[in-house]
Design a protein around this ligand. Structure first.
Ligand code: SF4
Length: 363
């Protein structure tokens, strides 16, 4: 198993990616970048949810011009996503962008690649080479009978990296994404055997919040467990804030990130006599709010576990490792701490009382 500390360190604005146990969480805005107000507002929501690096598309000059104004109002590094037009990459670097995602192989003329490299060196802007199923060259596709293969993806990454290395540029982060989980896993593993560039991992076009979360959890979970991935994005067709919740949950599940509030809840069964599904949903939604993020950070607890269980027969016992929890009865629930029953609560007050007790515990 590779150690995450074995990759190169690349600075992205005020943070570092690679050569560390830490996996940086990122997301991407789905606003029009030139709509500065909406883009800033979305980035602030992402920051509050725990996003550490954010990317915006820069498909035109008005989006590149917006970078300066956006940068002034946000607190995390900003990445410009550029396709083909090297001039937009230069404009972004001149306007204070913290990282550029561009494939040098798509820029065309070698002189233009050099121009991008020169400004990135001068402004200390790293580049992410982002290879995916759709970015493979005709030559590579033909070599593999028109199919997207992990070998072809790695070959494409190699080609793009060498175009940068030719100009002595090594501040590179690499992603090799595929919408096929197994192809992506295979490609990242192959790449990691040969290179020590930090890896941005993701399953591209993973799908809606529901199915995308499952595909991403499987793919990213396996990669992270194998020591691969220095920064990650869970790509979902939905509100990007959801991507942050998912990324945090994936990292917490693998013990790669501490300090979160974990909710365990029972699947309900014939013994359930209160609306556990509704209570668990409400508790999870509220505990994801910024207020609780701040409380848990201040409390310096590594983890705080909340259990929402359907019955008093099995509830406290099953969730005895939880810091706090409820176990349903008939029109009431018992509140327990560390598996020991503390008091009874009326059904209508369960959510309110549980949240209040959690807040008290974390103060
Ligand atoms: S905790 Fe009780 S209600 Fe929930 S699944 Fe287990 S036995 Fe059923």
């Amino acid at each position: 198993m590779r150690k995450r500390e074995e990759t190169k360190k690349v600075k992205v604005g005020k943070i570092s990616i690679g050569h560390s146990k830490n996996v940086v969480i990122q997301s991407m805005c789905n606003t029009k970048t030139y709509d500065v107000k909406k883009t800033i507002s979305q980035i602030i929501s992402l920051e509050k949810a725990g996003c550490e690096v954010v990317r915006v598309s820069v498909p035109d000059e008005k989006s590149a011009f917006a970078i300066e104004a956006i940068k002034k109002e946000i607190h995390i590094p900003l990445v410009a996503d550029i396709h083909f037009d090297y001039r937009l990459a230069i404009m972004a670097a001149e306007r204070g962008i913290d990282k550029i995602r561009i494939n040098p192989g798509n820029i065309g003329d070698k002189e233009n690649i050099k121009k991008v490299v020169d400004i990135c060196k001068k402004k200390k802007v790293p580049i992410r080479v982002g290879v995916n199923s759709g970015s493979l060259s005709k030559k590579i596709l033909e070599k593999y009978n028109g199919k997207v293969t992990s070998k072809g993806l790695v070959e494409s990454a190699k080609e793009n990296i060498s175009l940068l290395e030719k100009y002595n540029f090594y501040d590179t982060i690499v992603s090799i994404k595929s919408s096929n989980v197994l192809t992506a896993i295979d490609a990242y593993k192959l790449f990691a055997k040969k290179f020590d560039y930090p890896l941005h991992i993701g399953i591209t076009e993973a799908g809606t919040v529901k199915s995308g979360n499952i595909k991403s959890s499987v793919g990213l979970g396996i990669l992270l467990y194998e020591g691969l991935g220095d920064t990650m994005r869970v790509s979902l067709t939905g509100d990007p804030v959801e991507e942050i919740y998912s990324a945090k949950k994936i990292l917490e599940s693998l013990d790669l990130r501490s300090g979160g509030i974990e909710i365990v809840s029972c699947p309900t069964c014939a013994r359930t006599n209160i609306n556990i599904i509704d209570i668990a949903d409400k508790i999870e939604k509220t505990l994801n709010e910024e207020k609780f993020e701040i409380l848990i950070k201040k409390s310096k607890r590594k983890k705080y576990k909340v259990a929402v269980m359907g019955c008093a027969v099995n509830g406290p016992g099953e969730a005895k490792e939880a810091d706090i929890g409820i176990a349903g009865g008939i029109k009431e629930a018992v509140l327990f701490k560390k598996g020991k029953i503390v008091k009874k609560v009326d059904e209508k007050n369960i959510t309110k009382v549980l949240l209040k007790e959690i807040e008290k515990d974390l103060m």
